[in-house]
Each structure stands twice: as structure tokens, then as C-alpha cells.
Ligand binder design. Structure first.
Ligand SMILES: Nc1ncnc2c1ncn2[C@@H]1O[C@H](COP(=O)(O)OP(=O)(O)O)[C@@H](O)[C@H]1O
Ligand SMILES: [Mg+2]
Length: 332
């Protein structure tokens, strides 16, 4: 009986799936729309319904701060994604999954993830920390005793870890990501311009003109509604305004990285200070992050080119390396 092997990242913002032998086959926003328990849309189409759906349609982000917030909705969403990429005739019991998860999950949170996969017909699942998947995806040597230092900045969490000999030496997952930054940006626009903007406009603003360079002069015009009379209006926002809103979050991520380093044994600490911090996740794509880390943490920094896919490609590569995977599962 053929077994299909898949790797999944159920991220707060995006879900990605890697199918063994095929590579990354799906990347969709972690959003689902349903009414009367019936699926209306999942992924990009559901995301476009955020804030616009008819009254009877629920548009839900089932993953919050890195963990399952709504198991029923998560299962509905993931089932739809899986149906697009896996031959359903193979179900159940013939799909083996590796799920990338934040580090430091409670037993209950682990069971929630397993439960969602089980509801989708996947009975065999192993959980591997995102930081480990990210390091592998970025091509860093997991087995080496020298250690490597990684940060994955996602939608609702930042996972930071020092990894050596295929295990996490020190690490943390902090509940802070691009979604927190977006809330700060839209709050700022509301306070400064009395303009209410939707989540898609806020995200576009941060993605296009968000920067950690204080002298960045780019601008973007966004549409919204006047908060007093609800009339349509638009404003031109400067990069500096977005930067001021997001910078405190990058500062907190840098502080968390510093405390991970400070908890490391001195031998590894010296090594990783030399090789620096390797950053991935969509939140790493803000302009100026490498320079920002260099100046705040005083160590080398490299943002991975394919930042949003480091975790899933690392998780996918692990599917093909039973020896490394069993070492990792025995270490953690
Ligand atoms: N080019 C880009 N510039 C800035 N941010 C980006 C870019 N591409 C994607 N992102 C951000 O990446 C975030 C999602 O990151 P991701 O790693 O997929 O999160 P998660 O794994 O937690 O779901 C989104 O908030 C999106 O705005
Ligand atoms: Mg992620």
C-alpha cells in the first residue's frame, strides 16, 4: 500500500503544504469562510471576504498566535487544502504527515494540532519545531555541534532558537508577529487621519512601504472610510509612519533573540555570535531588517531569500531523511 508523505505548516497567516516527490504544492492564507457549517471558501478567496462577507457567513482565521483557535474551522480549511493536493482515494490512514509547530507547546496544544489532522483523515503525524524546520530549509547544518541561530517571524509568532546536534539548545516562541504590527498600523492611521482602513489595505501598506530605515521616504495612498461620518476617503501615508508603528515589535523580537543567546552555554554562544542570526518567515521581508539586527544585536544577520518558504521546505526535506528525522524526534 503506497504511503503519501506530506509536510504541513499551519501558520497564523498562511498554510503551506509540501508533497513528497512534488515539493511545495500549496500556499494559501489561513482563512476559511463558512455558513451553516458548510464551507464557502478557504484560502485566498476567504481572505478577500474578510470584513465584506454577508451576515450569515463566518470568515474565520482558525490559527491564532501560532496555535489552533478554532479546531472545527481549522479542520474544514485544511480538508479543503488537502483535497486540492492529495489524491483522496488514498484516505484514510495512508497519509503520513510532518507538521511544523511553534516550540514550547503545551500537551493540550499538541493534541489540538493532532486532532485537527485526524479530523482531516491523517492518522499518522509527527510534530517538529518550526525553528528546526527553518534552519534545515535555510540550508544550515542541523547536526553540527557548532550550532546555528535562527528566527522565523510569522503572522502571530516569532520562533527563535539556537540549534545544535539536531536539537534546540535554547529557544522560545513569542506571541508576536506581522498581525500585531498590522493592528498597530491601522490604529495609527485611525488616530492620525481619523481614517478606518481594512486588513488588506493595512497589510499592503506594511508590505509596500514598511521599513526599518528611519530615513525611508516612500509613500503609499490607501483608501478607507472616515471614522466620523463613514464617508469614503483616502490618505497618502509615509513610510516613516508605518516604521514607527512596526519598529517596537522588531525591537521586542531582537530582545527575545538576545535573551535566547544569553541563556546559551558559552561555547555555543561564541560560535553563533560569529555566524550570526538567520532570519526567515514573511515578517523577515521588511526593508532593512538585516541592518537593523546588526545595529541592535551587534552580530551578523542574513534574511533568507525565500523567507516565507523556509519552514515548509525544511519540513519537506526532512520527509526524505528518516535518519535525521529520527535524531530530531529523539532529541526534542
Ligand atoms: N514582500 C513582503 N514584504 C513584507 N512582508 C511580507 C512580504 N511577503 C509576505 N509578507 C508578510 O508575511 C506575513 C506572513 O508570514 P508567514 O511566514 O507566512 O506567516 P505564518 O507562517 O505565521 O503564517 C504576512 O503578514 C505578509 O504581510
Ligand atoms: Mg510560518
Amino acid at each position: 500500500m503506497a504511503v503519501t508523505q506530506i509536510a504541513i505548516e499551519l501558520g497564523t497567516s498562511n498554510t503551506t503544504i509540501f508533497l513528497s516527490g512534488n515539493g511545495i504544492v500549496l500556499s494559501e492564507p489561513s482563512v476559511v469562510a463558512y455558513s451553516d457549517k458548510f464551507l464557502r471558501a478557504a484560502g485566498q478567496r476567504a481572505k478577500e471576504m474578510l470584513g465584506r462577507a454577508p451576515e450569515k457567513t463566518n470568515v474565520v482565521c482558525p490559527i491564532s498566535e501560532g496555535v489552533i483557535a478554532d479546531a472545527g474551522a481549522a479542520a474544514m480549511m485544511l480538508s479543503d487544502f488537502l483535497a486540492r493536493v492529495v489524491d483522496r482515494r488514498g484516505f484514510p490512514g495512508r497519509v503520513r504527515a510532518l507538521l511544523a509547530v511553534p516550540c514550547g507547546l503545551t500537551e493540550e496544544e499538541r493534541r489540538d494540532f493532532e486532532g485537527v489532522l485526524l479530523q482531516c483523515g491523517i492518522g499518522e503525524v509527527v510534530l517538529v519545531e518550526k525553528a528546526i524546520c527553518a534552519a534545515h530549509g535555510m540550508g544550515l547544518p542541523l547536526m553540527s555541534p557548532k550550532g546555528c541561530f535562527v528566527a522565523d517571524i510569522g503572522g502571530g509568532t516569532a520562533d527563535i532558537a539556537v540549534i545544535s546536534l539536531s536539537g534546540i539548545v535554547e529557544g522560545c516562541s513569542i506571541c508576536l508577529g506581522t498581525q500585531n504590527m498590522d493592528r498597530a498600523v491601522s490604529r495609527f492611521i485611525l488616530e492620525k487621519y481619523n481614517l478606518e482602513i481594512g486588513p488588506l489595505s493595512t497589510e499592503r501598506l506594511r508590505e509596500s512601504i514598511g521599513s526599518l530605515y528611519e530615513n525611508d521616504v516612500s509613500t503609499l495612498t490607501v483608501n478607507g472610510t472616515n471614522n466620523s461620518d463613514k464617508s469614503p476617503n483616502s490618505v497618502t501615508v509615509e513610510s516613516r509612519a508605518v516604521s514607527r508603528s512596526v519598529a517596537p515589535y522588531y525591537r521586542r523580537i531582537a530582545e527575545a533573540a538576545e535573551s535566547v543567546i544569553n541563556r546559551c552555554p558559552p561555547e555555543i554562544c561564541a560560535q553563533v555570535l560569529r555566524s550570526g542570526l538567520h532570519v526567515c518567515g514573511g515578517g523577515a521581508l521588511i526593508t532593512g531588517l538585516e541592518d537593523y539586527i546588526r545595529s541592535v544585536l551587534k552580530l551578523p544577520a542574513a534574511v533568507f531569500a525565500d523567507a516565507q518558504y523556509a519552514v515548509i521546505s525544511g519540513a519537506g526535506k526532512l520527509l526524505g531523511d528518516r535518519k535525521l528525522l529520527s535524531d530530531i524526534l529523539n532529541q526534542n
